[in-house]
Structures are given as C-alpha cells and as structure tokens.
Design a protein. Structure first.
Length: 310
C-alpha cells in the first residue's frame, strides 16, 4: 500500500493515464462529430482496429511512422465511407451497420496480416513514435514528467479538443452540424445539405478513430496483434455519452477511462492481493455505469440515429 501512495507511483500513474486516454480521446472526438450530426457510429471499434493495422503496414513498408499514421487516417476514412454509404445513403439501421463494420474489421485485419507477414509466433515490430521532451516545460517538477514527455500524437489529441470546441460553438460549420443533428428538417429548409453534412462528419469520425488505432500500434506499442483495440472503441462511444457530446466533457471522460485503465495495470504490478480479473474489468464496468446514466442525466441530439428523408 505504501508503494501506491508514494510520489513516484502517482507520477507514473498519471503519465500512463494520459497515454491510455489518447486512443479513446481520438475515437471519442470522432464519435462526437458523427453523433452531433445525427449518426450513431458503433463502428468506432472496427475503424480503430483497421487504423492500428494500417499504421503498422505503412510504417513497415516505408520505414516512416508518419506515413504509417497517414495510412491509418486514410484507411479510417475508407471504412467510414462504407459506413456512411450504408447508413446515410441507403439508410440501413445505424446500430446494425456499426456492428457489421466491427465484424468486418476483425476479419479483414486478421486475414491481411497473415497474408502480408505469414503466420508468426512473434508479432512483426515496426518503427514507432517516441516520446518528445518539450524544452523547458519538461523540466518542471511533477507536471513536466506527466504532461510534457509524451509522443507527438498525445499533443495532437489534446490540441484537437479546443479546436473542436471552437468549430462546434464559434463557427457556422459547427452550427450547421448541430442543427442537422437536432432538427434536420429545419436545416434542410434553410439550405443546409443534411446528408452531405452527415457524410462529412462520419468521414471525420473515421479519420480520428483511425488515428486513435494508430496510436495503439505506433504510439504505445510498435506492433499489431489481433483485436488489440480490446473494446476501446466501445469505451469511446461511452465517453461521448459521458461527456454529453461536448469536447470538454469528452476530454474529461476520456481521462477518467484512461485513469481507470492505468490504475488497474499499476495495481496488478504493485502485487496487491486483488484478483486480476476484477482489475481488468474495471474500465469496462465504468463504461457500463456511464451509458446507464447513473453519473448524471444526458440529453442526446434530437435526431440521433434517425435517417433523414428529404
């Protein structure tokens, strides 16, 4: 217990929490764009998995993790384009379509990984993002260790929060997105192309979710393994609800889930006599609590999940 309470443990815990929250934050911000426009993107899990795989493939064949990240973004956009076609254009049920995307991603990544690299007992390792020490700021006691010795994708993820807030609440683009998600008929009446806005928002969600998956394979690890997303896409969906479809709320929710994940890992390492199965389920238990509304009442966009017929 003393090990858990010492400063070194706390600094390591908070630093790990920042890292572990980033893939959830990327995907949750993407999910927020999609849901604000009225489309439920349950397929975030699958898009993240495809992004994780594509990032490794791009990095492996080019030797550049930046190209790997770009390939992950493009792959996320491609998968989300399929999802947008099915849900926005053809108007198939969004939940069913999202589940189909998740199943498709599991099969595709597993098949192409073995097709490209063969059946190996040891995962293929690639060049990955390394932590960057921000000059001056990284030397600040405690705070520098926690916040300013992270990879560049961490800084990008947190920078996207104020950018998204500005877009949603300070620009006409954000107003159009929110109007489409709340009152699509009114938006159509004033000339806003409802289905076009929804399609673009779904593509944005795919790009961010693909980058979130890329962070797992090129930011936390330097490899790809089957189903490595391990439910983080679903946690991202919960983070959108928990954060009440607001960028600041989504950030706080992602950090809470990141802390929960980091805490269960650190407690296992500390040697406390707690069954590891209980610790592993802790972040997912928190997800269930979030989506049931126990943490507080949430009001979703009025037209969420409903296809628009002109």
């Amino acid at each position: 217990m003393k090990d858990i309470l010492n400063m070194t443990f706390i600094i390591a815990l908070l630093s790990a929490s920042i890292r572990l929250s980033v893939p959830i934050l990327f995907a949750a911000l993407g999910g927020m764009y999609s849901e604000r426009s009225g489309v439920v993107n349950i397929g975030l899990e699958g898009i993240m998995l495809v992004g994780a795989f594509a990032g490794v493939v791009g990095s492996y064949f080019t030797g550049s993790y930046w190209i790997g990240a770009l390939v992950a973004i493009v792959s996320g956009i491609f998968i989300s384009a399929i999802f947008a076609l099915i849900t926005v254009k053809i108007k198939i049920n969004q939940i069913v379509s999202g589940v189909a995307i998740n199943l498709l991603a599991v099969g595709l990544t597993s098949f192409f990984y073995r097709a490209l690299f063969g059946i190996t007992t040891v995962p293929i390792t690639v060049k990955a993002f390394e932590p960057i020490n921000i000059p001056i700021l990284s030397n600040i006691p405690i705070i520098g260790e926690i916040f300013f010795k992270q990879t560049v994708l961490v800084y990008i993820a947190f920078l996207l929060v104020p950018i998204s807030y500005y877009i949603f609440y300070k620009t006409s683009v954000g107003l159009s997105i929110r109007t489409v998600g709340e009152h699509p008929m009114a938006a159509d009446t004033v000339g806003i192309p409802v289905n076009k806005v929804r399609t673009i928002c779904v593509l944005v969600s795919g790009a961010l979710a693909g980058l979130g998956g890329c962070f797992l394979s090129l930011g936390q690890f330097n490899m790809f393994v089957d189903n490595m997303v391990s439910g983080r896409g679903f946690i991202a969906v919960a983070a959108v609800i928990f954060g009440k479809w607001n960028p600041k709320g989504v950030l706080m929710a992602s950090l809470i889930f990141g802390i929960a994940d980091a805490l269960q890992i650190r407690i296992q390492m500390s040697g406390l006599n707690i069954p590891y199965q209980f610790l592993l389920m802790f972040p997912y238990l928190l997800t269930v609590v979030a989506v049931t509304g126990i943490v507080g009442r949430t009001t979703s966009p009025n037209a969420l999940g409903r296809p628009y017929e002109k």
